[in-house]
Design a protein around this ligand. Structure first.
Ligand code: NAP
Length: 493
């Protein structure tokens, strides 16, 4: 393992952390929450880097009220004008990309190069949805019986509560905010408590770009359950868009059922990565490194189980181990880092537990496999072979830099193994036989397939899962429609 020298002090050079922790962002103003402030920790150094405001139920109600006050004006804003404001958000994010990337690295721990990628991806949701805002067209046609015409109009769904995780602090927020605003909705965002500073930095950018006061509100809280329940119970709120774990997603679906809220759910994953004998080895290794190690494995789309066909297995294992061993582990903000720390000590401990469980069931450790002592929530890039199907990590998200490899013989066998999970978010297939690639793509139960590549996310494509990985899609032309309701008018001309 190649752990870079870790500095005990966080690198905050060039970041105005006070500006990003001014309070809750409600109705275009920064205000203190009613609870005691919450500490934000740099996972690379374990140092507290900021204290953020802590919203109570009353603060959350104020945020919904601000969104309600702004709703009529934003809904009536011409799509072209909304589009131009969204475009400006894209431009400002792009101009400030270096600062935003550093802030993400600091509070999340991810390597700077991953953070730069995230900022570009996150900003793109504004550019894409600026283009979608002016193309939300309705439908007009003659009813089959000929008695009347049918008009369908896509109206903004109403006030939206958006709840996001820590692993992509910018992109998970913009993937919801941009289409919601394009559709004409106002929102309250509750970002993850571990990574709130990026959400606040972006809120200031939206305001500068011309997003009117109250259209986007941001609240952080140490009591997400009561705060989100209170917001969802307000009859003016009509939409919950959540990205996070399947467990919390289930809880929120139950809560949302009380007021029959429209729900979009982007939940957990357990992506299989399948390498057939005829795959190009270099392409497969390159793809596996991206699918496994982007964000140090802390991605819902991360390859969680790697199935490699017997004929290419030994070569693949050797090449992957070499690449994983060579990764530079270190603080996120260090430009040399390729694998940053995990988000919390608890996350690193969970990975350690999953690796120990796999080893106790017969898996072999080729590199890594042991949590280092010292400062920061680090876990080394790890390769495991002969991971049995009853290992816990075959069924649970590892959410870390661990690649568990299993050998397979036949297509039928690997399809059965790939589908042996409650999740169905992403899958990766490597083969030079495009017929087989497309056939297996159809047989694998997942919302997204990457064929001969390690990256599937694209703002221009529908992102989302099947089974217990979620409901609905974000991105593409589908994303904006999640924030609309079709209104049907039967008309006799
Ligand atoms: P999480 O624990 O489910 O938290 C996600 C968000 O929900 C956070 O803002 C969290 O707030 C909030 N939350 C927690 N408990 C809540 C409750 N009872 N009521 C309302 N809100 C609540 O997930 P995470 O650990 O942040 O993120 C990792 C998970 O997200 C993984 O499972 C990953 O696969 C999934 N994910 C999915 C996608 C996708 O697109 N499908 C993308 C990224 C991540 P606090 O921070 O205050 O706890």
């Amino acid at each position: 393992m190649n752990i870079a020298t870790r500095s005990a002090a966080p690198d905050t050079t060039g970041l105005d952390l006070e500006a990003f922790s001014r309070g809750l962002f409600i109705g275009g103003h920064w205000r203190e929450g009613q609870g005691s402030r919450i500490a934000v920790v740099d996972p690379s150094t374990e140092a507290v880097i900021a204290h953020i405001a802590n919203a109570s139920v009353a603060d959350a109600a104020a945020a919904v009220e601000a969104a309600a006050q702004a709703a009529a004006g934003w809904r009536a804003t011409p799509p072209r004008k909304r589009s131009e404001i969204l475009r400006r958000c894209f431009e400002l994010m792009t101009e400030r990309a270096a600062m935003l990337a550093k802030l993400i690295s600091l509070e999340n721990g991810k390597a700077l190069r991953d953070a730069r990628g995230e900022v570009a991806y996150a900003a793109e949701f504004f550019r894409w949805n600026a283009e979608e805002a002016v193309r939300i067209s309705g439908e007009f046609g003659l009813a089959p019986a000929g008695a009347n015409h049918i008009i369908v109009d896509y109206e903004p769904i109403g006030i939206c509560v958006l709840i996001t995780p820590w692993n992509f602090p910018a992109a998970m927020a913009t993937r919801k905010i941009a289409p919601a605003l394009a559709a004409g909705c106002t929102v309250v965002l509750k970002p993850a408590t571990e990574t709130p500073l990026t959400a606040f930095a972006l809120a200031a950018i939206y305001q500068e770009a011309g997003v009117p006061d109250g259209v986007v509100n941001v609240v952080t809280t140490s009591t997400p359950g009561p705060v989100s329940s209170a917001m969802m119970a307000d009859p003016r709120v009509r939409k919950l868009s959540f990205t996070g774990s399947t467990g919390v997603g289930r809880t929120l679906l139950a809560e949302a059922s009380k007021s029959v809220l429209s729900c979009s759910m982007e939940l957990g994953g357990n992506a299989p990565l399948v390498v057939f004998d005829d795959a190009d080895l270099d392409t497969a290794i390159e793809g596996a490194m991206v699918a496994k190690m982007r964000n140090a494995g802390e991605a819902c789309t991360a390859a969680n189980r790697l199935y490699v066909q017997a004929g290419i297995y030994e070569k693949f294992v050797a090449a992957l181990t070499k690449r994983m061993q060579g990764l530079a582990v270190g603080p996120g903000t260090d430009p040399a880092t390729e694998c940053g720390p995990m988000i919390t000590a608890k996350a690193a401990d969970k990975i350690d537990r999953l690796v120990a469980d796999a080893v106790s069931r017969g898996a072999k450790v080729l590199c890594g496999g042991k949590k280092p002592s010292g400062t920061g929530f680090f876990y080394p890039p790890t390769v495991l072979t002969d991971v049995p199907s009853d290992a816990e990590m075959a069924h649970e998200e590892i959410f870390g830099p661990v690649a568990p490899l299993t050998r397979f013989e036949t297509e039928d066998e690997v399809v059965r193994q790939a589908n042996d999970t409650e999740y169905g978010l992403a899958a990766y297939i490597f083969t030079r036989d495009i017929g087989r690639g497309l056939r297996v793509s159809r047989r694998i139960e997942a919302g997204m397939i990457a064929l001969n590549r390690g990256l599937v996310s694209d703002p221009a494509a529908p992102f989302g899962g099947v089974k217990q990985s979620g409901l609905g899609r974000e991105g593409g032309s589908h994303g904006v429609l999640e924030f609309t309701e079709p209104k049907y008018v039967a008309v006799t001309l």
